[in-house]
Design a protein around this ligand. Structure first.
Ligand SMILES: *[C@@H]1O[C@H](CO)[C@@H](O)[C@H](O)[C@H]1NC(C)=O
Ligand SMILES: *[C@@H]1O[C@H](CO)[C@@H](O)[C@H](O)[C@H]1NC(C)=O
Ligand SMILES: *[C@@H]1O[C@H](CO)[C@@H](O)[C@H](O)[C@H]1NC(C)=O
Ligand SMILES: *[C@@H]1O[C@H](CO)[C@@H](O)[C@H](O)[C@H]1NC(C)=O
Ligand SMILES: *[C@@H]1O[C@H](CO)[C@@H](O)[C@H](O)[C@H]1NC(C)=O
Ligand SMILES: *[C@@H]1O[C@H](CO)[C@@H](O)[C@H](O)[C@H]1NC(C)=O
Ligand SMILES: *[C@@H]1O[C@H](CO)[C@@H](O)[C@H](O)[C@H]1NC(C)=O
Ligand SMILES: *[C@@H]1O[C@H](CO)[C@@H](O)[C@H](O)[C@H]1NC(C)=O
Length: 524
């Protein structure tokens, strides 16, 4: 901008001097486009030939009044060579300005810009870190990579030799690395690597020296658990383990009962195990404390209780049915009456079963019970039982009842179901048939009450002759007696009686349509 103003100003000065002005043709600037710093190069500025004056050629950076080099063209010369010893100030858009040498009659002209990139190899990378090298998680870590020399550089941050990638809380901006919420994973040796490239081929690298950062973790709430150890028949111990998932060592673990410190231990690990004597059938409550310089945390109270297995072991089962009510899956449950630390084992034909096989798997729900899930098939046939021992000593073993299982034995039960269903069905059919019979008899009895004339008329209706067996038409007292005896003839039967009466009525009116009456009877 300033350059343009400068040139306009120059032009104005020259204009004001005279009236007969000459206009030079546009100069053209050429030369290398990318060079290293501190090298000798030549720029060429060419003006259209045919000038009768000496021409002054000057190199400026676009936007700056600082003269970078110049040369005077003699008459008849039209190409000027300007030697340049490169430095960072030559980096940018260059222009060649042509004007008359000591002749203000000639208006100056300006060339198009020529982009010259000056590359200075990177040098002297160094990490600048103002904060402490050791701190607790959650603090911000900010590092700056500074260079003593270099341009067009890019940076790579490394932690323990591995590149750090950008993420939501790891900002990498130019020469800065900023980690918002540090954790112990951000501990390690940081380096920065600055690079720049010349001519797309030559790469310059500057590695900083290491800066070691230690981010310490606060201890997390410890978990507490125990196993039972039996050293001799009379001495049982609880092996109590306190464990924090994180926390920078050294960590001091302390074990407390309800009232006082039981034991303590400082370790370089994140866990500690205490051996605490226990009395059988006596309950204790224990709690862990984990502490490092950052603070102390407590676990839940743990109930420690040791009871030997005892009482009968009981094996129950239930099952899943598939299509046709066939049993396809079976679950055995094993449970001992007593015992705080039972170990369950399953046996088929007295062979110990592993945790998982082709047709079964074992699911321990210690200490309450253990479940054996079984696919009923050929290979699962056999006699099953379970055994319970103390997990810490297998001198006492309690055996459960045994049970023989195979597909046929299991599916006998559904056969009974089928039998019952079939039985019910048969009974139903019998009942329905009986009702029909009774109905027929009842109707006959009604016919019996009618006048002989009516009977006579009905007999003459041909359609009836095929339907009713006339040989049993005369009243059979026994049958009627039975029908009368069944006073609790249900609603449906009574309805049918009404229907019969209805038919009687219709018959009286439709005597000439016997076939229709017969059809009506069939519908019944
Ligand atoms: C020179 O630089 C100015 C800004 O500094 C820009 O607006 C102008 O276009 C440039 N001229 C050329 C020829 O590149
Ligand atoms: C141009 O003028 C300057 C002084 O303004 C003088 O030093 C120089 O010798 C002159 N050059 C020519 C070629 O006349
Ligand atoms: C830049 O690289 C090209 C090949 O890619 C090569 O021909 C040229 O000489 C190089 N220039 C410099 C100044 O090294
Ligand atoms: C700089 O560090 C990188 C990565 O650690 C390594 O590959 C390279 O060789 C180092 N360069 C120099 C010049 O030390
Ligand atoms: C706590 O432990 C101490 C020593 O180990 C013991 O004397 C005390 O009886 C225990 N208290 C409880 C409540 O178990
Ligand atoms: C550990 O226990 C001992 C006494 O048993 C006590 O002197 C010491 O201060 C305890 N250490 C910690 C870290 O609590
Ligand atoms: C278990 O024994 C029964 C006979 O008692 C036998 O039919 C079955 O195949 C045996 N099962 C296995 C897995 O050995
Ligand atoms: C239980 O018995 C098995 C062998 O049957 C043995 O390998 C194991 O160590 C015993 N466990 C205990 C706690 O005594």
């Amino acid at each position: 901008m300033f350059g343009t103003v400068f040139l306009v100003f120059l032009g104005l000065c020259l204009c004001s001097k005279g009236s007969s002005q000459t206009v030079l043709g546009l100069p053209r600037l050429s030369g290398p486009s990318e060079v290293l710093v501190k090298t000798a190069i030549e720029l060429e500025c060419e003006v259209p030939p045919g000038s009768e004056e000496e021409i002054l050629l000057q190199i400026f950076k676009n936007g700056s009044s600082r003269l970078l080099g110049e040369v005077t063209l003699l008459v008849d010369e039209n190409v000027g060579v300007i030697p340049i010893w490169t430095s960072l100030i030559h980096d940018g858009e260059l222009q060649c300005v042509a004007s008359g040498q000591n002749n203000t009659e000639i208006l100056p002209t300006v060339s198009d810009t020529h982009r010259l990139k000056i590359v200075e190899p990177v040098k002297g990378a160094m990490i600048v870190h103002s904060g402490p090298a050791e701190f607790y998680e959650g603090d911000v870590l900010e590092l700056h990579c500074s260079l003593s020399a270099g341009n067009y550089q890019s940076y790579l941050w490394l932690l323990n030799g591995r590149p750090i990638s950008r993420s939501y809380d790891r900002h990498i901006e130019d020469a800065y690395l900023r980690i918002e919420k540090t954790t112990s994973k951000d501990s390690g040796s940081y380096t920065c690597m600055a690079t720049n490239i010349f001519n797309k081929t030559e790469v310059f690298v500057s590695n900083s020296s290491e800066v070691v950062i230690t981010v310490k973790d606060y201890v997390s709430d410890p978990d507490i658990s125990y196993t039972v150890l039996k050293e001799d028949p009379h001495n049982h111990f609880a092996m109590v383990t306190c464990q924090s998932t994180k926390g920078t060592p050294p960590i001091t673990f302390s074990l407390y009962n309800k009232t006082e410190l039981v034991a303590n231990m400082t370790t370089e690990e994140n866990r500690a195990t205490f051996k605490v004597p226990v009395d059988l059938d006596q309950e204790q409550s224990l709690q862990c404390q984990a502490a490092n310089e950052g603070g102390a945390r407590h676990s839940q109270f743990l109930r420690v209780y040791v009871e030997l297995v005892g009482g009968p072991a009981v094996m129950n089962h239930d099952y899943d049915t598939g299509e046709n009510y066939a049993i396809i899956g079976l679950r055995f449950y094993c449970k001992a009456e007593k015992g705080s630390h039972p170990r369950y084992q399953w046996f088929l034909n007295k062979t110990l079963l592993d945790e998982r096989g082709s047709f079964y798997y074992v699911h321990h729900q210690a200490p309450e019970r253990s479940i054996l899930l079984l696919a009923v098939g050929r290979s699962s046939a056999g006699t099953y039982h379970c055994e319970v021992t103390n997990s810490f000593d297998n001198t006492t073993t309690i055996r459960s009842n045994r049970r023989y299982i195979d597909k046929e034995v299991l599916n006998r039960l559904p056969f009974f179901v089928v039998l019952i269903v079939f039985g019910c069905f048969t009974t139903l059919i019998l009942l329905v048939s009986m009702c029909c019979c009774i109905g027929v008899v009842f109707r006959r009895r009604q016919y019996g009450d009618k006048s002989l004339l009516m009977l006579e008329m009905e007999r003459s209706v041909p359609a009836y002759e095929g339907e009713l067996d006339l040989s049993v038409y005369s009243e059979d007292p026994g049958v009627v007696e039975t029908a009368k005896g069944e006073e609790e003839f249900d609603q449906a039967s009574e309805a049918s009686v009404d229907e019969w009466a209805e038919i009687e009525r219709e018959k009286k009116t439709l005597e000439d349509e016997p076939v229709k009456v017969a059809m009506r009877m069939f519908a019944l």
